[in-house]
Design a protein around this ligand. Structure first.
Ligand code: NAI
Length: 456
């Protein structure tokens, strides 16, 4: 069968590109080897947010007295939480399936492998389940897989089921009595948040001296403090040396420690999934494991595009969406490119963290002359009304020369919903004086951005 476009991978990049291409009249085939919706929908963003929402609900009930609400017999029913997660995921996957259908996209379930080029048409040949398809164009959107560091015992643990990745932890039927998390990045923190609330004893072992990867240093410290108050144990500057059946061994400041672990989560980053795709058959370039694709999504091979985690850039579903759209636009001859300077990122823990643009650390490294406007979230009446004991902050960075907004960083409730406004400010190259003229709805937590800007 001949297609205008064959999409390899049905995650956010793949399914959105297929939908858009189908909508534009391209005869499109999408191949997915596991689940339509990819990691994000089935084993990542959506399941974790479902769990975290239940945890938040539970915590609100636990602290209901602070708000004049008395609740008796509060319990978090993990099995019921998981059941709801399945329902949410099922509903969204169904939505994607019907969107693809509506846009005339053919879907084939199986692992796709590029086999070469068709002599007559010059199209690319792709094999799925023994069937060969030809595509004038290809979109590689195969995502990423969890990075597995060479720690003795880790792979054995994965095989035996006591070491988990994001995939397995989001399907655990029982709350482990103790959970050791290797890596205090986004996945590690979100899972620490849920499982601590659900009743596990949680230890996070992180090799750096801070958590949250590249997030603003001050925000990372606030997050660390709030987690520690909840009882999560952090071992920073620590290196795991062995994973055993019921414990994890690590080194810190030259000393050896061992901590009990019924389950171990490995969350030390992800690796682009480019193995076994047959990319070498048509000469597609890689950088390490990442597919080399430019801001237009183009690889070094004509009519072969790449979008999403597979390019190793941002590894965020929302970046993947935009990359997918850009690829399709360029396939259609509409020049388009992704601007990466205003891609927001969120950690959906309690409290939430949301960031966009430069941090103080990255701006300093780039030699940008900048100033910082910072306020406590307590400047927002809505925040005070809804957050007993909350300690959020909002930080706005502006370049000194033109007063342009270059970064916004927040920790506190609603941060995830507000951050797109800050991304817009950066995208639109707004200056401090432009923001001062904006009217923000009152009372909302978004007003903290305005307050921060007025400290300049
Ligand atoms: P990550 O890159 O966010 O964090 C990995 C952490 O592990 C880092 O802090 C790193 O220093 C640490 N680390 C690395 N090797 C280690 C070792 N041997 N021992 C101890 N610590 C070690 O990666 P993570 O959390 O696995 O997430 C993977 C990807 O998924 C990220 O790119 C993230 O952006 C994405 N994601 C995004 C979410 C969101 O947008 N809310 C939610 C979950 C994942």
């Amino acid at each position: 069968m001949a297609y205008d476009l064959i999409v390899l991978g049905g995650g956010p990049a793949g399914y959105l590109a297929a939908e858009r291409a189908g909508h534009e009249g391209m005869k499109t085939l999408l191949a997915e080897k596991r689940f339509l919706g990819g990691v994000c929908l089935n084993e990542g963003c959506i399941p974790s947010k479902t769990l975290l929402y239940s945890a938040k609900f539970y915590e609100n009930a636990l602290h209901g007295e602070n708000y004049g609400v008395k609740v008796k017999d509060i319990a978090l029913d993990h099995a019921a939480v998981m059941k709801r997660k399945e329902k949410v995921v099922g509903r969204l996957v169904m939505g994607i399936r019907s969107q693809l259908k509506r846009n005339g996209v053919a879907v084939v379930e199986g692992a796709a492998r590029i086999t070469g080029r068709d002599r007559d048409s010059g199209g690319y040949t792709v094999e799925v389940n023994g069937e060969v398809y030809t595509g004038k164009r290809l979109l590689i959107a195969t995502g990423s897989v969890p990075a597995l560091p060479p720690i003795p015992g880790l792979r054995e643990g994965l095989e035996k089921g006591y070491v988990l990745t994001n995939r397995e932890i989001l399907s655990l039927t029982e709350v482990p009595e103790s959970l050791v998390i290797i890596g205090g990045g986004v996945i590690g923190l979100e899972m620490a948040s849920y499982f601590k609330t659900a009743g596990s004893r949680v230890t996070v072992i992180e090799m750096l001296d801070h958590i949250g990867g590249n997030i603003d240093g001050e925000i990372s410290s606030i997050l660390l403090k709030s987690y520690m108050e909840k009882g999560v144990d952090f071992q920073l500057n620590s290196r795991v040396t062995e994973v055993k059946k019921d414990s994890v061994v690590y080194e810190k400041e030259g000393q050896r420690f061992e901590v009990k672990a019924q389950k171990v989560l490995v969350s030390v980053g992800r690796v682009p999934a480019t193995e076994g795709l047959g990319l070498e058959r048509i000469g597609v370039g890689l950088s390490g494991k990442a597919l080399k694709a430019d801001e237009r999504g183009k690889t070094n091979v004509p009519e072969v595009y790449g979008a999403g985690d597979v390019n190793g850039r941002f590894m965020l579903a929302h970046a993947a969406y935009r990359e997918a759209e850009v690829c399709v636009n360029n396939m259609l001859g509409r020049r388009d490119m992704v601007r990466y300077n205003a891609v927001p990122s969120v950690i959906y823990t309690s409290p939430e963290v949301a960031c966009v643009g430069e941090t103080e650390e990255s701006a300093r490294q780039k030699g940008i002359d900048f100033e910082v406007g910072k306020v406590s979230m307590l400047y927002s009446g809505r925040y005070v009304a809804e957050n007993e004991g909350g300690e959020g902050i909002c930080k706005v960075l502006a370049d000194k020369r033109y007063g342009k907004i270059i970064g916004v960083h927040m920790v506190g409730s609603y941060a995830s919903e507000i951050i797109y406004g800050a991304a817009l400010m950066i995208e639109a190259e707004m200056r401090v004086r432009d923001i001062k003229e904006l009217v923000f709805p009152h009372p909302t937590v978004s007003e903290v951005i305005r307050e921060a800007v007025f400290t300049f």
